[in-house]
Design a protein around this ligand. Structure first.
Ligand SMILES: Nc1nc2c(ncn2[C@@H]2O[C@H](COP(=O)(O)OP(=O)(O)OP(=O)(O)O)[C@@H](O)[C@H]2O)c(=O)[nH]1
Ligand SMILES: [Mg+2]
Ligand SMILES: [Zn+2]
Length: 349
């Protein structure tokens, strides 16, 4: 067994380069490398060349949920009768969020974020924007998947709304029309990692089952869950026969942006761009003269709703910061942030 076997688990050169000379020379290293598939309180489950194993997580990496998540690559070591975590390899990216005021890692080393939303009442542009912002923030390619199109009469309408938020990869499908699933094959190269997000009931597990001939539990077998409780309760990573790692997380409905500035700027880049042309550097875009944003809204160049949404997320981001940094720090932070956005104005005038 060698490093090439690990590639189908998502291993790549970026991880190989993190091994020391001694580690590379040691015959035991490859057997001690593993990818985390489930996280528990004091240990993680992981898979490596020798298959599944349980790895005890010692004190420096506690609490586990703040240090590592499914998808992380770890180097373990032998400890009497079990394996113990020695170090976590620097991940390509990490999906994080705030849970009860504490940062929490949800998944690591994710290539695509499949944002699943159904073409019915569940569809919500703001939620979609949040997920897009999340993907951009964590440097993960977002793929918007509109499900249940068999039930929908106005698909074009939904597609127009998805495209309006600036999503690049958009696919509409129904698990009842197998031909519509084919396009997703493009994302399934061996060693790829995909995380699915979306509200409960939009069809994430059903989609995975249909794509990979799997049998994840879906809503049908839990019909008493009329209140929209999540069918998928364990945050886990598993591999398909083709060597694709799937993270099917609980719906992340209470998703809060963590350190989300960059994500907001990407999703709302047109607004951030425009704000640079406002006459005043500290324009609040309410009723100042020479406000480029109000002008653009009046001209129909940007939608009022899009701007409102930007404001809401920016405000949420600020209150998130306030909670984690304290009121004074956030005031400073907000000042610096708007200064940065408006620094171009200063150069012009
Ligand atoms: N008509 C139709 N129903 C679908 C489609 N995809 C999923 N469903 C149904 O939607 C329901 C919920 O699907 P799930 O796959 O359990 O949803 P989920 O997103 O995994 O939900 P959680 O695990 O609770 O987050 C099930 O009854 C599915 O049969 C589709 O394309 N068309
Ligand atoms: Mg599910
Ligand atoms: Zn303005």
């Amino acid at each position: 067994m060698s490093y090439s076997f690990l590639q189908r688990l998502g291993w790549c050169n970026a991880f190989l380069q993190q091994l020391s000379f001694d580690e590379l020379c040691s015959d035991s290293t490859v057997g001690h490398l593993a990818r985390v598939t489930a996280v528990h309180r004091n240990r993680v489950e992981a898979i490596g060349v020798e298959g599944e194993r349980s790895i005890v997580v010692p004190a420096p990496f506690q609490p586990v949920s703040q240090h590592l998540a499914v998808g992380d690559w770890v180097l373990a070591e032998d400890a009497s009768e079990h394996y113990r975590l020695r170090r976590i390899l620097e991940p390509k990216n990490r999906i994080r969020r705030i849970n009860h005021g504490l940062p929490q890692v949800i998944a690591a080393n994710v290539d695509y974020l499949w944002i699943v939303t159904s073409a019915n009442e569940e569809f919500n542009v703001k939620r979609l924007q949040r997920y897009l912002a999340l993907a951009h923030e964590f440097a993960i390619v977002p793929v918007v998947i509109l499900t249940k199109i068999d039930l929908c009469a106005d698909l074009d309408d939904y597609l127009a709304r998805v495209h309006a938020v600036g999503a690049d990869h958009v696919h509409a499908l129904s698990v009842h029309v197998p031909a519509t699933l084919g396009v997703l094959q493009n994302y399934l190269a061996e060693g790829t990692t995909i995380a699915l997000v979306g509200s409960s009931g939009v069809g994430k597990s059903t989609l995975v089952n249909a794509m990979f001939a799997m049998t994840l539990p879906t809503r049908e077998i839990r019909t008493h869950d009329a209140r929209g409780k999540h069918t998928t309760t364990h945050r886990e990573l598993f591999f398909t026969d083709g060597g694709v790692a799937i993270v099917d997380t609980p719906g992340m409905r209470e998703l809060q942006l963590y350190d989300g500035e960059q994500g907001i700027e990407r999703t709302f880049s047109s607004i951030v761009e425009l704000a640079r042309s406002c006459r005043y550097g500290d324009c609040s875009h309410e009723n100042e003269p020479g406000c480029a944003i109000r002008q653009a809204i009046a001209d129909g160049a940007i939608a009022q709703a899009h701007f409102d949404n930007y404001r809401k997320l920016a405000r949420e981001e600020a209150s998130q910061q306030r909670r984690s940094l304290g009121a004074h720090a956030v005031k400073e932070h907000t000042r610096a942030y708007f200064k940065k956005i408006h620094s171009h104005n200063k150069l012009k005038y």
